[in-house]
Design a protein around this ligand. Structure first.
Ligand SMILES: O=P(O)(O)OC[C@H]1O[C@H](O)[C@H](O)[C@@H](O)[C@@H]1O
Length: 537
C-alpha cells in the first residue's frame, strides 16, 4: 500500500507537523500502543481503546467459529443477510460487502418504510446479525425486537436466525444468551469506529460472502510500516489531516469515484468526525462533493486518481486511516477515542419519547412542505428559507442537511433493468432527497454535507455538536403512513424516528446555531417540491 501526498500550498505546515511527530517519537509509540500520547486526561480511555492496532492478528481467533457458522447458514439456504447495527457496528461491513460485491442489507435506520422493505424481503431465508458494542443502542434493540416478532409470526424459531456481535458483559450478551442466540464477543479494547477488523466488521461480511481472511492479511502486511519514521503511510496521512486542519483547512472532501473500493468515505466520515469533532475543534469530512471550492477545503481521493490520494487494499486502508486519525487527534490536542456529545441527542430523544412532543405552529407552509424554526429576514416561502440558510453560513462554516427518511425510497421511482442505466439513475436522483446536497452545494462555496438520520447521529452528529460552532442545519422529516410497532416498547419506529429528529435539533438549537426543520406532509411530493425549489434558487 502506498499513500501519496501532494499537499500543495500546505506542504510547509504538513512537513513541520510530520517532523515534530517524528522528533517526539509518536509513530513508534503509537504502533507500540502507548496510551500516553493524547495527554493525561485522555489516558484512561486510551488504555482501553488501542486494541485495533493488533486486530490483524487477534481477530484470526474468530475465523474457525465463523467458518462453521457460514457453512451452517449456506447449508440451510439462508441467503439474505441482514445487519442491524449503527455507526461503527455497520459502516465497515457495508464497505467490505459493497467492495466485494456481495449482498448485505444494512438496517441503520428507524424509518418504518425502510424496515418494512427489509422485512418483506425473503424472511424465510433471512439471517439477522444484531451488532452492538454497548448492547444498548435503541435502534438496534428495536430491530432485534421487530425481527424476533416477525420470525415468530412466520413460525420460524429466532434462535436459528439471529446471531449477535457484542462486547463481553453487555446487556445484549445477556439477552442473547437467554434466548439461545449464537454470540460472537468482540474485543472490548476497541472502540466502535475503530472496529472494522474486529468481529463487528468480520462476522456480517463473512456471512454475506466476503473474504475476511484476505482483509486481515492486507492489514497485517501494512502493520510493520506503522512503527517507522520513514515510509509510514499512517504517519503521512495523519500529518496531512492534522497539519491541514491546523492551517485552517478543516473540511476534508472524500472521493472514491474511480476506486475499486466502494463506499469507504462513509466509514472514514464516522471515524474522523467522531474522533476529532469535539471541544470546538475538528475535521469535517464531506462525502459526495466534487471538488474543493474554498480555502478551508481540500480533496483526498481513495484509489489511484488525484493529487492527494490513498492507494491500497481495503484491509490496509482501514488500519492506516485509524492510525492516521489517532495521529491527527494528537496533533489537534483532542482525545480521538471518546464521543462526549453524542449522548445529548439521545437523552433529548428519551425525554421526548416519554411525553407528547411540543411541536408548535409551522413558520410557513409551502405546498407539501411545512417549515419549523426561526430565520432572519421573514421568509415567505421555501425558496426564501433555503436562501436564508445558505446566507446564514459563516466564514469557514458549513451547511448540514439531515434527512430522517427512507434511504431507499428513490429506488421506487424507476425499476432497475427497465430502461437504460443512465435514465434509471437520473430517475433515482430526481426522486432522492440526497440530491439536495449537490443542488445547494452549487449555490455556495461553503461545504455542504448530507446525512441520513439517525445514521449520521452516530457519525457527524458528534462533530455538529462538539466541533467548531459554525454549522447551519437543515433537518428533513416526513409523515409516516404505515408505521411499525416495536414489540415490548411503548413507541413505534415512526415515533422513535421523529423523537430522534426533535432530540437532535433541540441539542443543536441549545448551541444557538441556525436549525430549521422541513416536514414533508407527503414524502414523495415533498421531495419533488424541495428539489424543484432548490434547482430554481
Ligand atoms: O455498537 P453500539 O454500541 O450499538 O454503538 C453504535 C454507535 O453508537 C454511538 O453513537 C457511538 O457514538 C458510535 O461510535 C457507535 O458506533
Amino acid at each position: 500500500m502506498t499513500v501519496e501526498v501532494f499537499p500543495g500550498d500546505a506542504a510547509e505546515a504538513v512537513a513541520e507537523v510530520r517532523a515534530r511527530l517524528v522528533a517526539d517519537g509518536v509513530p513508534a509509540a503509537l504502533a507500540a500502543g502507548s496510551p500516553a500520547l493524547w495527554g493525561p486526561a485522555a489516558q484512561p480511555e486510551a488504555e482501553i481503546r488501542l486494541g485495533w492496532l493488533t486486530l490483524p492478528q487477534t481477530s484470526r481467533e474468530l475465523l474457525p467459529e465463523l467458518a462453521k457458522l457460514v457453512e451452517r447458514v449456506r447449508a440451510e439456504g439462508l441467503e439474505h443477510v441482514v445487519l442491524a447495527g449503527m455507526g461503527g457496528s455497520s459502516l465497515a461491513p457495508e464497505v467490505i460487502c459493497a467492495t466485494e460485491d456481495v449482498p448485505l442489507t444494512v438496517l441503520d435506520t428507524t424509518d418504518p418504510g425502510q424496515v418494512r422493505r427489509a422485512l418483506a424481503d425473503r424472511l424465510d431465508r433471512t439471517i439477522l446479525v444484531v451488532s452492538s458494542k454497548s448492547g444498548g443502542t435503541v435502534e438496534t434493540d428495536s430491530h432485534r425486537r421487530i425481527y424476533e416478532q416477525a420470525f415468530r409470526d412466520a413460525g420460524i424459531d429466532p434462535a436459528g436466525r439471529i446471531v449477535v456481535v457484542t462486547d463481553p458483559g453487555s446487556p445484549l450478551e445477556k439477552t442473547a444468551t437467554e434466548l439461545g442466540y449464537q454470540v460472537f464477543l468482540a474485543d472490548p479494547n476497541v472502540g466502535g469506529r475503530y472496529s472494522a477488523l474486529s468481529a463487528f466488521g468480520l462476522v456480517p461480511s463473512a456471512l454475506a460472502g466476503a473474504d475476511v481472511t484476505r482483509l486481515l492479511d492486507d492489514a497485517a502486511a501494512i502493520q510493520p510500516l506503522l512503527g517507522q519514521d520513514e515510509g509510514n503511510p499512517g504517519l503521512e496521512l495523519g500529518a496531512l489531516l492534522g497539519g491541514m486542519a491546523l492551517g485552517g483547512r478543516d473540511k476534508l472532501i472524500l472521493r472514491d469515484s474511480l476506486s475499486d473500493i466502494n463506499g469507504l468515505p462513509d466509514w472514514i466520515e464516522q471515524l474522523i468526525a467522531e474522533s476529532t469533532g469535539k471541544e470546538g475543534k475538528g475535521i469535517l469530512p464531506v462525502v459526495g462533493a466534487e471538488a474543493a471550492e474554498a480555502h478551508d477545503q481540500y480533496v483526498v481521493n481513495i484509489g489511484a486518481e488525484g493529487d492527494i490520494r490513498v492507494e491500497g487494499p481495503l484491509g490496509a486502508q482501514f488500519l492506516v486511516w485509524e492510525y492516521a486519525t489517532a495521529i491527527a487527534g494528537q496533533v489537534l490536542g483532542i482525545d480521538p477515542f471518546n464521543q462526549p456529545n453524542v449522548a445529548e441527542s439521545k437523552e433529548n430523544t428519551a425525554k421526548i419519547l416519554g411525553s407528547a412532543p411540543e411541536i408548535g405552529a409551522p413558520l410557513l407552509v409551502d405546498g407539501p412542505v411545512e417549515v419549523y424554526g426561526e430565520l432572519h429576514g421573514h421568509p415567505k416561502n421555501l425558496a426564501d428559507v433555503l436562501t436564508a440558510l445558505l446566507q446564514a453560513v459563516p466564514a469557514e462554516g458549513y451547511l448540514a442537511i439531515m434527512a430522517y427518511l427512507d434511504r431507499e425510497a428513490a429506488f421506487d421511482a424507476a425499476p432497475l433493468g427497465a430502461g437504460d442505466f443512465e435514465q434509471t439513475a437520473e430517475a433515482w436522483a430526481a426522486a432522492d432527497v440526497a440530491t439536495l446536497r449537490s443542488l445547494l452545494d452549487y449555490r455556495t462555496t461553503h461545504a455542504v454535507t448530507f446525512g441520513w438520520g439517525p445514521r449520521f447521529l452516530h457519525s457527524t452528529g458528534q462533530y455538529h455538536k462538539g466541533g467548531p460552532q459554525v454549522g447551519v442545519f437543515l433537518q428533513i422529516t416526513g409523515a409516516v403512513t404505515d408505521d411499525v410497532a416495536v414489540p415490548g416498547k411503548p413507541y413505534t419506529l415512526g415515533q422513535l424516528q421523529f423523537a430522534q429528529a426533535l432530540g437532535d435539533i433541540g441539542a443543536l438549537r441549545s448551541r444557538n446555531r441556525p436549525a430549521v426543520r422541513l416536514h414533508l406532509t407527503d414524502r414523495e411530493a415533498g421531495v419533488a417540491h424541495l428539489l424543484a425549489v432548490a434547482e430554481e434558487l
